[in-house]
Structures are given as structure tokens and as C-alpha cells.
Write a protein that binds this ligand. Structure first.
Ligand code: UDP
Length: 333
């Protein structure tokens, strides 16, 4: 396939997954432009193309970015992602995640940009009725984060019919790890996800709380499918290539297909760091299903994507390396 001289706009490209995707695009020879409000993103994470500092809800600003930079495709990452907060403050999730995505699509329709890769989530499935979870599993979210992503997924066929915007929705399982080159990593405040929390605890920060050890799983803790952020980034490039080459819209799970328990993750963090992870058992976290892992064959078959660094050891080792070099994230040096 000939390289597309038009650039890719990466909304949320100063954030965790978006910055890794910007790097993967750059490596694949694509021109990259990041659009980010920097409310949650980091200027220092924007390294692979110019930054347009704007809100995705600002349709005029997005249109201007599409025009000024001769954009041919959009990858949309900009969204809030805290499931617990989405239960307490759904308005933020509907406003930012749904309205924000619709603004981007509106701008794309107005500027005749017709390729859209959407950052979706396994939270659109809700409580699983079977595992592993395939793309045909019913989508019945149990929190407004999942609802907000599903609402956008459901809008996409309508935007394709009306405006010819083809799209691929990528439903991530548990994104974790950091850029193997050490350039990029996870920097949320507060940090809520298991891998960075366990590392923080091992490094002498807040002890880890294990949210429930009475689940119907072999060791009583939840099973999740951890997938390396650089593998997710590669999947976005593969999705864009497929969209350009084949032109078929669709949705794909992105996971390693291997479930790991909370205790297994802690044990891996202890091995990699050679430190203990101070922890206690806390009540279950509302909205946490016992077992979530992906059937991810569709992405392998159709996008020719295969995770390369999603084994737990590489995930934890890269996250630990990032944490040691940047104990206070991007701002701490
Ligand atoms: N978890 C935990 N303590 C924490 C953070 C997470 O026990 O401080 C558990 C959580 O209950 C879930 C798993 O780790 O079973 C992964 O949670 P995370 O928040 O990383 O991702 P999610 O599954 O919510 O996308």
C-alpha cells in the first residue's frame, strides 16, 4: 500500500495510550498531529508531531486542525477513563466521552475526513455471560464509562451511512506497561490501575488494597487480560492500514487472551522489582466482574495483529523501568 501523505490526527495524543499510538504511527512513516486539551495529558508526551492544544468539543478548533494539517484520518483517544468516577459523576462521562466524540465526527464530516479509529473498551460488554469474550458477546455496560463508549460505537454506522466515515472500534482489555524504549509511560493522577498501583506500593508509596479475595476464581482475586500499551498502539496502526486498504468498518477486541489474577500481578511485581508489595484485603470494588478476558482472534485474522510484548513479565518490567526513571511522572523528570 502506498504511504498516505496526509497526516493522522491523534486526539488525546498527550495521554497514555494516545502517546504510544502517536509513536507507533510515526515509526510506520505516518505524519502525526496531536490534539489534546492537556487537562489529563502531558506536553512532554507529545514527541512525534505538533500539538494542537484544544478541546475535542470545540468543533471549530477540530475543523481547523483537520484543514491546517491536511488530515486524512483521525484516531480518537481523548476521553475520561475512571470507571469509579463514572459511577459517581456520569455527566462528565456523557459530556466528554459522548459529546466529545460526536464533535470530532461532526468536524470530520464537515471537512470530508472519512477514516476514524475509535478507542473503545471491554467495559462495553458489562458483566460477562461467557468467557473468553468475543466481539459478538452482548454489549450491556454496567457503568457510564462503558455506556459512553458504547453510545459512540452505536453512532458510528449512522455516521458512515450519512457522511461516508468508515471506522474501526478497538475494544481494549487492561492496558498496561510502558514504551520499551523508556520514552513514554503511564502518568495518571491519581493512579488507579493495578500495575502502576502495585509498583507504587513496591516503591514505598501507598500500600496496595486488593479489592476482594472472595471471587469464584482459583486464588479468590479477579482475573483480567493485561495487554501491553505498545501492542495496543501497533493495533491502531494495523486498524488504520486495514481501513485504508479494505475500507470495511468493524469492531475488534484487543487482549492477550490470557487471564491473570490480581495476586499473580502482585507476584510478578515482586519478582521484577525484587521488593515486597505491602498490601491489605479491601472490599470488592463495585462493578468489578470476577473474570474478563478476550477472545482476540478476529484482530489477528483481519488486522494481522499479534501482541509482541503482552506477557506479564514484559508488561511489569517496562512499567517498572518507566517508574524508576520518572517516579513523579512526566513532570518529575
Ligand atoms: N485492583 C485492585 N486494587 C487496586 C486496583 C485494581 O485490587 O488498587 C483490581 C481490580 O479490582 C481489578 C484488577 O485489579 O480486579 C484490575 O483493575 P484495574 O483498575 O487495573 O483495571 P479495570 O479492570 O478496572 O479496567
Amino acid at each position: 500500500m502506498a504511504a498516505d501523505p496526509r497526516a493522522v490526527l491523534v486526539t488525546g495524543g498527550a495521554g497514555y495510550i494516545g502517546s504510544h499510538a502517536a509513536k507507533a504511527l510515526h515509526r510506520a512513516g505516518r505524519r502525526v498531529v496531536v490534539l489534546d486539551s492537556l487537562v489529563a495529558g502531558h506536553r512532554a508526551a507529545v514527541r512525534f508531531g505538533p500539538l494542537v492544544e484544544a478541546e475535542v468539543a470545540d468543533v471549530e478548533a477540530v475543523r481547523r486542525a483537520l484543514r491546517d494539517h491536511d488530515i486524512g484520518a483521525v484516531m480518537h483517544f481523548a476521553a475520561f477513563l475512571d470507571v469509579g468516577e463514572s459511577v459517581r459523576a456520569p455527566v462528565r462521562y456523557y459530556r466528554n466521552n459522548v459529546t466529545g466524540a460526536l464533535s470530532v465526527l461532526e468536524a470530520m464530516a464537515a471537512e470530508s475526513v472519512r477514516c476514524f479509529v475509535f478507542s473503545s473498551t471491554c467495559a462495553t460488554y458489562g458483566e460477562p455471560i461467557e468467557t473468553p469474550i468475543g466481539e459478538h458477546h452482548p454489549q450491556a455496560p454496567i457503568n457510564s464509562y462503558g455506556e459512553s463508549k458504547l453510545a459512540v460505537e452505536r453512532a458510528l454506522p449512522h455516521f458512515e451511512r450519512a457522511y461516508g466515515i468508515r471506522s474501526i472500534a478497538l475494544r481494549y482489555f487492561n492496558a498496561a506497561g510502558a514504551d520499551p524504549d523508556g520514552e513514554l509511560g503511564e502518568d495518571h493522577s491519581p493512579e488507579i490501575h493495578l500495575v502502576p498501583r502495585a509498583i507504587e506500593a513496591a516503591a514505598g508509596g501507598r500500600p496496595l488494597e486488593i479489592f476482594g479475595d472472595d471471587y469464584p476464581t482459583p486464588d479468590g482475586t479477579c482475573l483480567r487480560d493485561y495487554v501491553h500499551v505498545s501492542d495496543l498502539a501497533d493495533a491502531h496502526v494495523a486498524a488504520l492500514d486495514a481501513l485504508v486498504a479494505v475500507g470495511r468498518s468493524g469492531a475488534y477486541n484487543l487482549g492477550s487472551g490470557r487471564p491473570h489474577s490480581v495476586r499473580e500481578v502482585i507476584a510478578q511485581v515482586e519478582t521484577v522489582t525484587d521488593r515486597s508489595v505491602p498490601r491489605s484485603i479491601a472490599p470488592r470494588r463495585p462493578g468489578d466482574p470476577a473474570i474478563l478476558y478476550a477472545a482476540a482472534q478476529k484482530a489477528r485474522a483481519e488486522l494481522h495483529w499479534a501482541p509482541r510484548c503482552s506477557d506479564l513479565e514484559t508488561i511489569v518490567a517496562t512499567a517498572w523501568r518507566w517508574h524508576r526513571a520518572h517516579p513523579h511522572g512526566y513532570h518529575g523528570g
